[in-house]
Design a protein around this ligand. Structure first.
Ligand code: NAP
Ligand code: ZN
Length: 348
């Protein structure tokens, strides 16, 4: 075992504080990663605050991890010491069900092992995430960070990037498709950049017009304020695909009304409260309402390679470990432009 520094939530509301955690010895198929950067996802905040149910404290969150391999197990074949790698939201799965076999480990029938607050099948402990100096992960749940992708910017791709890439690909965003992204935060801004790179015509729905210039800079052709009801009338029946990234409960009926016949609204935002869907927002135009969870490991690698090829990186603000609580407050106020990334050197 190796003792490493980490920043943990002591309770639902207590300040994130410095502690130590144990990382297991590197097993035959494991790699040890010295974490360089760790992104802050809104899911970290939902989880700590108990939005998705009670959890055990203290908990170290963080599932947007990049770092350098420092040790490999005797049977590791994909990585070598010194490689730049990433770890996202999951660190294991059964590996045998039909979904794992086809590379959709996130939909494993036994449930994938989350990077934090999961039960590690290797040693039965509760998994602890990326706000730490190092992590040990089986090589099958590690991806390679392309050398031409800025290392300090790559971390948010591991969750925010793939969580938008996966539904955009699944619902075939591309030339001739009108795509709307609801909520311009960490996930949303990646959605705009990726959908535009895929060739889709992208519109942003944000609470106000204050982020309009950013939307256009990221590749959107239009930006509308959801505060103005006139926009929902004017744009009714306009979109093939809408991806909702909002972390709070919003009026689903209003957004479903923006879909064309056969259009799909995909929910990736995961608010604490249930969302409500009026049946007649779906029935008359054969619309679908769907959900999507992160992406598989192969798909995560594909997304990283796609972003490297197209020069897509998140907009990030680099912070130190002492700034995490302040960053959370800013995320909760939609005052993030557009992802906080913690410099893991400050965990020392
Ligand atoms: P974020 O950076 O906080 O972005 C959320 C955005 O939603 C905000 O920037 C804001 O955009 C909008 N928003 C926030 N509160 C709102 C409200 N009360 N009413 C209307 N709009 C509001 O969060 P994130 O990290 O992108 O995560 C977004 C959600 O996705 C979270 O619920 C997270 O847990 C979930 N998530 C899901 C997956 C998945 O696989 N399905 C993966 C990761 C995260 P504007 O300022 O533009 O209005
Ligand atoms: Zn996340």
């Amino acid at each position: 075992m190796r003792t490493v520094n980490a920043y943990a939530a002591p309770s639902a509301t207590g300040p994130i504080g410095k502690t130590t955690i144990e990382r297991r010895d590197v097993g035959p198929k494991d790699v040890m990663i010295e974490i360089a950067y760790s992104g802050i996802c809104h899911s970290d905040i939902h989880m700590i605050r108990g939005d998705w149910g009670p959890i055990q404290y203290p908990l170290v969150v963080g599932h947007e991890i990049v770092g350098t391999v420092s040790e490999i197990g005797s049977e590791v074949t994909k990585y070598q010491v010194g490689d730049h790698v990433g770890v996202g939201c999951m660190v294991n799965s059964c590996g045998e069900c039909e979904y794992c076999e086809r590379g959709d480990e996130q939909y494993c029938v036994k449930g994938n092992t989350q990077t934090y607050n999961g039960i590690d099948p290797v040693d039965g402990t509760i998994t602890q995430g990326g706000y730490s100096q190092a992590i040990v992960v089986t090589e099958d749940f590690v991806v390679r960070v392309p050398e031409n992708l800025a290392f300090d910017k790559a971390a948010p791709l591991l969750c925010a990037g793939v969580s938008l890439y996966s539904p955009l690909r699944h619902w075939q965003a591309g030339p001739g498709k009108k795509v709307a992204i609801v909520g311009l935060g960490g996930l949303g801004h990646m959605g705009v950049k990726i959908a535009a790179a895929l060739g889709a015509d992208v519109t942003v729905f944000s609470q106000t017009t204050s982020k309009r210039e950013d939307s256009l800079r990221f590749g959107a052709t239009a930006h509308y304020a959801t505060a103005d009801p006139e926009n929902f009338t004017q744009l009714a029946n306009s979109f093939d695909l809408i991806i909702n990234t909002v972390s709070a409960k919003i009026d689903m009926g209003a957004f479903l009304g923006l879909l064309k016949v056969d259009g799909t609204l995909v929910n990736v935002g995961a608010p604490a409260e249930p969302l409500e869907v009026p049946a007649f927002a779906l029935i008359p135009s054969r619309r679908s309402w769907a959900g999507s969870s992160i992406g598989g490991i192969r798909e995560t690698q594909e997304m990283l390679d796609f972003c490297a090829e197209h020069g897509i990186v998140p907009e990030t603000e680099l912070i130190s470990a002492d700034d995490i609580d302040n960053a959370y407050e800013r995320v909760l106020k939609s005052d993030v432009r557009y992802r906080f990334v913690i410099d893991a050197a400050t965990f020392a």
